[in-house]
Design a protein around this ligand. Sequence first.
Ligand code: 5GP
Length: 210
Amino acid sequence: MSDAARRGIPFVMTGASGVGKESLRREAAPALDDLTFSISATTRALRPGETDGVQYHFLTPARFEALIAEGGLLEWAEYVGDYYGTPRAPVDAALAEGRDVLLEIELAGARQVRETLPEAVTIFVAPPDLAELERRLRGRGTDDEAKIRKRLARARDEIAAVREFDYVVVNDDLADAARTFEGIVRAERARAARLPDGAVARFLQTAADV
Ligand code: 5GP
């Protein structure tokens, strides 16, 4: 069946910083064609190895606040002393062109997306346990003690909200978690309810010709 009129699916992935969302996405990407990653804006400092415009658009607080005022963000939140938000235009464009989009955002942002894009599929990525998460955050060595504590507190709040999500993926074994994530994306793409009306009509037409 043709999918010319198909709208893209917004996928929202939420999980504590340090839980391995980026690794999960990279591991799953080769098996998932055409999943557009939304590049967020943030006011936090670059970490070693990060490049402006790749992991994030790194903005000043003034520029970020201007974006909020202009309505340029699909959602935004404050997280451990910095702003994070999803630029609206690239997401709107991708969905209109039929491309599926992946947003990696924290809980407050995921709640906003659920309001504005009710068709969004929400996935919670959980650590095997909080001690493991703490170990990963410390191992990364990019945050001071106070920030690590704040990030762990946010992680606790997010885990408590896990039942708001459509799916949960426990990132214990990375390869295994990636297969689960791929399965979710494939199943959502296969939902009959997502078929555009035109595709059903065309299918019936060609079937009648046989
Ligand atoms: P990090 O500083 O570790 O890169 O990200 C901190 C938290 O901000 C993570 O939970 C991450 O998912 C979240 N985050 C990243 N981009 C966005 C965004 O555009 N919006 C929201 N609400 N959260 C974001």
